[in-house]
Write a protein that binds this ligand. Structure first.
Ligand SMILES: Nc1ncnc2c1ncn2[C@@H]1O[C@H](COP(=O)(O)OP(=O)(O)OP(=O)(O)O)[C@@H](O)[C@H]1O
Ligand SMILES: [Mg+2]
Length: 374
């Protein structure tokens, strides 16, 4: 919790000298905080003062001779300090409108006391500071996500082309040097080509990772049964080759970004099949409604499992437990899953033991219409 300074600059815009006198008196009685007070009697004068002497808090009378409080609020937007609207009795509607337009609080003039006035100012200053910091972090995060996507886009376009050329020229050297170079040189060329393929895959996956929060679609009600059906049809050949069995419970309809939720299940089911040495790989997808309209969805396999020490690390980009020769992949699948589940205001975690299978637990809200933070 942020602390409050012991000096607060308050600007009061009120055309009634008696009221101004009372508020000043109330604030100056406070022994812990020194309130430095400036006063204005008209809206125009008040707005000018706001520009020159940025207050820590503005007490704004709704009824002024030249402008009303709501007009002043919209003129001052975006606010760089908290505003407390002072309204007359029976003007609750105005107060609600003031809050919607960005005021931190309202006080009804006849009910103002030294303690509720001081408390309202202290809370408004604290909350405004917290909200400003939250907005700053959200903007920074947005900028860094955008920078990552820009970088990934440039990397993708500008690096893929030379990589393709290296691959093609290696192929040409192999063709032209048939019978001229020995097996060792041929092996080097093959390795060079597989390195370019790997790098190309890394770049593509980095681009996918960076785009989770920047290339998004709005949340809409999505029937998860349909999504899983599509995932299974896309993995049909692997399922057949591995003679795997996938059991699915009736799943709910939840508000999601359909293409992202598809990516989530595609990676989890693909992992359950890939990291699995059983004669019959079995994947169980189950769900259960939890508290506060959250759904818990479990994707359980009977595969190789993993040690406790990897439970957090597997969600980091490019982290893999095994070598490339054992299992294919770049290690971005779960990092993308985590990022997109968090975008849906949910969580993803894992329960596992070596040789005893793995269960991924996803918790997602049924409704997701709240505004995105980033
Ligand atoms: N179901 C699972 N069973 C055992 N280990 C798993 C399972 N799922 C993931 N892992 C471990 O977590 C690592 C990260 O998984 P992730 O899906 O991010 O990468 P990947 O499957 O290796 O590659 P990619 O998904 O990018 O193709 C894997 O390399 C693997 O070591
Ligand atoms: Mg994967």
């Amino acid at each position: 919790m942020s602390t409050i300074k012991n000096k607060i600059n308050v600007l009061i815009i009120d055309d009634c000298p008696e009221d101004l006198f009372v508020y000043k008196n109330f604030l100056q009685k406070n022994e812990e905080i020194t309130f430095i007070i400036e006063e204005c009697e008209t809206g125009e004068e008040g707005m000018e003062t706001c520009k020159t002497s940025k207050p820590d808090c503005l007490l704004l009378d709704y009824n002024l001779p030249d402008l009303d409080g709501l007009e002043i609020l919209s003129e001052l937007a975006p606010l760089s300090f908290p505003v407390i609207m002072l309204t007359g009795e029976g003007t609750q509607q105005i107060a609600v409108q003031a809050l919607k337009n960005g005021a931190q609080d309202y006080l009804i003039k006849g009910e103002i006391t030294p303690s509720n006035l001081t408390q309202s100012i202290i809370t408004a200053v604290k909350m405004f500071k917290i909200e400003s910091e939250r907005q700053r972090f959200a903007e920074e995060l947005k900028r860094s996500n955008q920078a990552l996507e820009d970088f990934a886009n440039i990397a993708s376009h500008d690096l893929q082309e030379p990589l393709r050329k290296i691959h093609t020229y290696a192929e040409k050297i192999k063709e032209l040097s048939e019978g001229v170079i020995d097996e060792r040189c041929r092996d080097y060329l093959n390795r060079l080509q597989s390195s370019t393929e790997r790098m190309s895959q890394f770049i593509e996956d980095l681009l996918k990772f960076s785009m989770v929060t920047t290339t998004t679609k709005p949340f809409k009600p999505v029937d998860l049964n349909g999504v899983i059906k599509l995932v299974l049809s896309d993995l049909e050949i692997t399922i057949l080759n591995k003679q795997a069995q996938v059991n699915i419970m009736q799943l709910p309809v939840i508000e999601t970004d359909r293409s992202q939720i598809y990516q989530l299940f595609l990676n989890l089911v693909a992992n359950g099949l890939k990291f699995n040495k059983s004669d019959t790989p079995v994947i169980d997808i189950t769900c259960q409604k939890g508290t506060n309209n959250y759904w818990e969805i479990r994707v359980k396999d009977n595969g190789i499992g993993l040690e406790n020490k990897f439970k957090e690390k597997i969600f980091k980009p490019f982290f893999r437990i095994h070598g490339r020769s054992d299992y294919k992949g770049t290690g971005t699948g779960l990092a993308i899953c985590k990022k997109l589940v968090e975008r849906h205001h949910g969580t993803i975690s894992v329960e596992s033991e070596p040789e005893k299978g793995t269960t991924f637990i996803i918790i997602l809200p049924e409704k997701n219409s709240q505004e995105e933070q980033v």
